[in-house]
Structures are given as C-alpha cells and as structure tokens.
Design a protein around this ligand. Structure first.
Ligand code: SF4
Ligand code: SF4
Length: 314
C-alpha cells in the first residue's frame, strides 16, 4: 500500500483494496482478514512475481496500471513481491539481469507473467540486456511455479503474428510446447488484457495454489465460457433482425462485421476502464480482439460497403 495509504490513510486504503477485490469477483475466496494477513507478511516471504515483455506495445501493462478504483501497485505489493516489471520497476540496465540471476539462484517459487509475442523465427527482433527474449523465457518459464500469458499477443498471436509479419512470432503456449517446457499456464487474451481478469487469476493462485477452472484454450471459464453475443445488449435486436447500418446506430452490429458470435469474452459484464464502457455499448462492433482471428486483414466495418449492409465479415 505504498501509494494509497500515503494519500488517504491505511484504513481507507485497505477498504479500497477490498472493494477492488470484490469488484473482480475475488471476494469469493479472499476475505478482509486475508488482506490484513498479507499485510503482515514481509516482502521477502510473499509470492514472487516476475513480468517480462516480448514483442508488445506494453498496452496490457498500461491497461493494468490504469485500473481506476485502486492503484494496482497496491494490490500487487499487498499480496506479492514484484521482482521486476518493465514499467513498474526502477531497476534498469545491468540491475535487471542481476535481479533475475538472484531470483533463479534463490530457488524460490515464482510466477512468470509474459506479455507480447515471442519472435522465435527472428530472436534478435526482441532483446533484453543484449540477449534474445527467447533465452529469458527459456530460463524463467522452465523454473516457474506457473506462467500467466497476458493479453492477445501472448495467448492468441495478435499483432506480432498477423499475416505479413516476418518475425515468426509465437504465443507463449506455442513456444513452451516447441521447447518442451512443462509448466502450468493460464491464458488471458484481450487486447489489451483486462486488469480484472489478471487480478482475479493471480489472487486465486495465491489463495488456493491453483488456477481457476480453465477451458481447452487454458482460459478461465469464469470469463471465457460465453461468447460476447450470448450476453449482448443487442441480442434482442439480433433476434428481431434490427441491424445497425452505421457505427453508433442503435441495433445489432452484425452487418457491420461484429465478431461477437465467434468471440468468447465477458465484455458486456466486465468492460474497460473500470467497466466505464466497452466496444458494443459504445456502438462499435466487436472486432474479436480476444480471438485467434484478431487482427483481421480487413476490418469489415471500415469498408464503405458496410453501410449498405453485407451481413458477413471478411
Ligand atoms: S451486436 Fe454483435 S454481439 Fe451483439 S447481438 Fe449483434 S452480432 Fe451479437
Ligand atoms: S467486445 Fe470484442 S473487440 Fe471489444 S473488448 Fe470485447 S472481445 Fe475485444
């Protein structure tokens, strides 16, 4: 609670952390007493977390840090010791390999979070401390207690793997399989990853020692059991064949290329920026950002023909 308690006092800070935990659904298994107990644990004894970026825009981390109802660093520092995070940590240059070396030599269990694609076909396309990111993934994933693949690039391919790219980008799961690295993995797709999904998954792992129930793509069923379409505010418009003709119109967005019917995610339950809004509520078709088809080469809704109604997506 380094930031919050400085500004609003410890009691209010704890209350806000609990509210945030309740908002992501984790109060089912994390009680207020757990927060107090975590506060009493010295940092060196908390579960260790190390977070690296591959080929990424850092959007998942930025989205994570922008969670509005509580500074995310307070949740992280309450429950974990963050060994290194490229955007949060002060460590730079030679300090980073030294921190990683210390972590590996300590043989402490740690959670490895990976954001972005892995340019397996062009390893020098992504370096950290003069070494390809592939070498860091080999080192850290093989010794981790568990891995979290954060965001669509790390889980489904995303922008680094879209047609026409030349780096041979892989998801974390594809890379681990290719290197025959056996480690528990959870995939949290979304471009960017939703902080709520991460906080829930992290706290579940810390509290129970296991990931929440996963589907065949290693995604938590709590968030990815249903398509966007199944819970859509425009589902009745879809059934009544009332279709929007332009972005922002009222009505089902299918004829503008909506990918809701083929994209699993909980966007109409947990939106973005503290659930302020989400694509469809803002009148924009789902572009399937949590799927393997993202990004498509042609986004149907930006074609002129979309306004005349086509009904299918390219
Ligand atoms: S807007 Fe998209 S997700 Fe919603 S009902 Fe229409 S097709 Fe389904
Ligand atoms: S509605 Fe579709 S494009 Fe928008 S965040 Fe959800 S899955 Fe991604």
């Amino acid at each position: 609670m380094y930031y919050l308690s400085e500004h609003i006092g410890r009691r209010e800070a704890l209350k806000r952390i609990f509210k945030a935990i309740a908002a992501v659904g984790a109060s089912q298994f994390i009680s207020f007493e757990d927060i107090l107990a975590a506060e009493a644990v010295p940092a060196r004894d908390k579960p260790h977390v190390i977070w690296l970026h591959g080929s990424s825009c850092s959007g998942c981390s930025i989205s994570f840090m922008n969670i509005e109802y509580v500074p995310v660093i307070d949740i992280l520092t309450q429950f974990t010791r963050v060994v290194f995070h490229p955007d949060l940590s002060l460590a730079t240059g030679e300090q980073v390999p030294a921190l990683i070396d210390e972590l590996v030599r300590s043989k402490r269990p740690y959670l490895f979070v990976f954001e972005g694609g892995i340019p397996e076909g062009m390893p020098h396309a992504c370096l950290m401390a003069d070494k390809p990111i592939t070498e860091w993934v080999d080192l850290l994933a093989s010794r981790a207690q568990a891995c979290i693949a954060a965001g669509t690039c790390a889980t489904m391919g995303g922008v680094p793997k879209m047609p026409g790219t030349v780096t041979g980008s892989m998801t974390l799961e594809e890379y681990l399989n290719k290197r025959n690295i056996k480690v528990d993995l959870v995939n949290l797709p979304n471009c960017p990853m939703k902080p709520e999904h991460f906080v829930y998954t992290l706290l579940h792992l810390i509290k129970t020692g296991t990931f929440p129930a996963l589907d065949n793509d290693k995604r938590p069923l709590k968030f990815f059991a249903h398509t966007v379409h199944e819970r859509c505010i425009f589902y009745s418009s879809f059934q009544e064949h009332r279709f929007a003709q332009h972005v922002g119109d009222d009505g089902c967005l299918l004829k503008l290329g909506c990918q809701g019917p083929v994209t699993k995610n909980d966007c109409l339950i947990t939106g973005h920026n503290g659930n302020t809004n989400t694509c469809i509520r803002a009148g924009h078709p789902c572009i399937g950002c949590a799927s393997r088809q993202f990004p498509r080469q042609v986004m149907f809704h930006i074609n002129r023909e979309a306004s005349s109604g086509g009904g299918s997506s390219t």
